[in-house]
Design a protein around this ligand. Structure first.
Ligand code: G6P
Length: 614
């Protein structure tokens, strides 16, 4: 939800900002803008649309300056337009602000400032900030940093901001509450950004700003970190592990395709160092300290949103099946507001690729207040959810940039497979030999994905061509493949804008069956063994109504071939891992259908990868 990047130093700021914005575009792409301190004046260029459109405009304007801020927007208050784009500037033309988050009390601040004669030109909540800072500076006759601090004490809601003023051209200010912000520390230069991607080729030294902290960066190389209550903080400077290669397309047309193809590696990385196959042991370093509490807990409650919620549903199936522990899965946005019955006997596990999803973060904060142990299963190292959790496991899938989640999902599922087996091992719910068998299957999963990617891609492309004009799709599966059906349908919706629904196959007869006619593609996930016969009966029911059956089935499944129009074969595996294999062709199917329809695969309309508003 909005990306911000800022620079102060000796280099030209604009190339750094524009490159940074391109990397942050996954966070929103409704409009983009930059402001630079240009020979004593502020040059402000903003534009509805993508960063590339801003770039065209800015190139013509040939702006220079060594202090600047840039923003890519995901619209909340006010439609995407030039006026609503950031940066926003104060009435006196001195102060520019970019913002990620929502100022919840903007209406009352706006009314008060309007009474005092301030003119608002946009519909955004953000615009109150530059005007409020100007008003405070006028009243208090103070420096920019004090005015920003006082302003932040008046606002409620979430923010990551970057601010500079024409009157103090050697100062750049950043602050955060609820939305991410990092500081990159160079030789005699500083960066501010929503994540590390705009910074990595310049410096590896970063500080993750905490909630209600504000940093004042001085061109002379000094900086000051304080809370917005004006208490000094000791900065925790950390070394970035990210590398440039991992955030580039690496020869693929889209990040999504690259990320689909990375899955043999990302799954391997998510498991690496966590399994001792010789002794049949699982090592989850992050959880060890809380082992007794986890094993003694009454219930595990998983909270997540979107694709991560689907991984959570699979986690429930796995943990209950393999470890016989009680699990519930909740949409974070519902859980946080519905007064759930939870206490210190419950373990909360938050799943999040970005580690920044506002609802998930708020849900764990609420559960923490009630005494629950909070564990995080996240992908982005150093993000807010892991920092707000007591412990957890990173998924180590590497940066995921395509807005539709692919490799992060399968890495989440493989980490939960390990968590399920770790609990099973500790609770003795599986025999040693069964545990070893399952671990072995996980070990060979990356090579199975490798061969599946090779064997199915051309077939999936042909199927995508055939169904590119469909207006609806159904995805059906049972048992472990029901969550994978939900995820398959979500992928198609997200990037191709075709309406798709995932359903438990047996539930079809309670409603969705009414939709089936000769036009309706129905994707059946039948590659799990346990409910195979029963799912085949559901396939029969669809075929009898002339639905177009596309099946994901195990190699050598002769029965399905008689019923389905298309069969995409996947390797055999354990049922609990079958949804990972089923997901691969489904990701490719949505990718190729979206491509056929001319959709923007990596940046689908209206979506953003990191949802930092509730
Ligand atoms: C957004 C993204 C989804 C993602 C969801 C949850 O909606 O577009 O791909 O699944 O947020 O994000 P998280 O980072 O918490 O997994």
């Amino acid at each position: 939800m909005c990306g911000i990047v800022a620079y102060i130093g000796t280099k030209e700021a604009y190339p750094i900002l524009i490159k940074g914005l391109k990397r942050l575009e996954y966070r929103g792409y409704d409009s983009a803008g930059v402001a630079l301190m240009n020979n004593g004046n502020i040059s402000l260029i903003k534009q509805k649309g993508k960063v590339s459109e801003l770039e065209e405009l800015a190139t013509k304007a040939s702006i220079t300056g060594t202090l600047g801020i840039g923003h890519t927007r995901w619209a909340t208050h006010g439609p995407p337009s030039q006026i609503n784009s950031h940066p926003h500037i104060s009435n006196n033309g001195d102060i520019v602000v970019i913002h990620n988050g929502i100022i919840e009390n903007f209406q009352s601040i706006k009314e008060e400032l309007t009474r005092r004669g301030y003119k608002f030109i946009s519909d955004t909540d953000t615009e109150v900030l530059p005007h409020l800072i100007e008003e405070i500076q006028k009243k208090e006759k103070c420096a920019l940093d004090k005015a920003v601090r006082l302003a932040l004490n008046e606002v409620t809601g979430a923010y990551a901001i970057a601010v500079f003023s024409k009157k103090e051209p050697n100062i750049l200010i950043g602050a955060r509450k609820g939305s991410p912000l990092i500081v990159g520390i160079g030789e005699t230069e500083f960066f501010l950004a929503s994540d590390a991607s705009p910074v990595i080729e310049y410096t590896k030294k970063v500080i993750y700003i905490n909630d209600e902290e504000m940093v004042t960066l001085n061109r002379d190389g000094n900086f000051e970190l304080k809370t917005i209550q004006n208490e000094e903080k000791t900065p925790n400077i950390q070394e970035l592990e990210l590398n440039l290669e991992s955030i580039e397309k690496g020869g693929y047309d889209h990040f999504m395709l690259k990320e689909i193809h990375e899955q043999p590696k990302s799954i391997y990385d998510s498991v690496r160092g966590r399994v001792d196959l010789t002794n049949g042991k699982i090592k989850l370093g992050g959880l060890e300290e809380y082992k007794n509490r986890i094993m003694a807990s009454r219930r595990i409650v998983i909270v997540a949103c979107g694709t991560s919620w689907h991984a959570g549903l699979l986690a429930e199936y796995m943990i209950e099946d393999l470890a016989r522990a009680n699990v519930e899965v909740e949409y974070a946005s519902e859980f946080r507001y519905r007064n759930p019955v939870i206490d210190e006997d419950d373990i909360i596990i938050a799943i999040s690729q970005s580690g920044e999803t506002a609802d998930t973060l708020a849900a764990i904060e609420m559960a923490k207040q009630k005494g629950c142990l909070i564990l995080g299963v996240c992908n982005v190292v150093g993000s807010s959810i892991p920092r707000a959790s007591h412990a957890g496991c990173y998924t180590h899938a590497g940066p995921e940039i395509g807005v539709a989640s692919t490799k992060a999902f399968t890495a989440q599922v493989s980490v939960f497979f390990l968590i399920a087996l770790w609990i099973a091992e500790n609770k003795n719910t599986l025999s040693k030999s069964r545990l070893n068998q399952l671990l072995h299957e996980l070990e060979i999963l990356p090579s199975k994905i490798e061969s599946l990617l090779k064997s199915c891609e051309e077939k999936v492309k042909a199927i995508a061509k055939e169904y590119k004009d469909a207006t609806n799709f159904l995805y059906l599966g049972r048992g472990y493949n029901f969550p994978a059906a939900l995820e398959g349908a979500l992928k198609l919706k997200e990037i191709s804008y075709i309406h798709a629904e995932g359903y438990p196959a047996a539930e079809m007869k309670h409603g969705p069956i009414a939709l089936i006619d000769e036009e309706m593609p129905v994707v059946f996930l039948v590659n799990n063994i346990s409910s195979h016969e029963k799912t085949l009966s559901n396939v029969q029911e669809v075929a009898a109504r002339k639905g177009q059956v596309i099946a994901i089935a195990r190699h050598g499944d002769t029965q399905i071939k008689k019923l389905a129009k298309h069969v995409i074969e996947v390797p055999d595996t354990e049922d609990c891992l079958s949804p990972i294999l089923a997901s691969i062709p489904l990701q490719l199917l949505s990718y190729y259908i979206a491509l056929e329809r001319g959709c923007n695969v990596d940046q689908p309309r209206n979506l953003a990868k990191s949802v930092t508003v509730e």
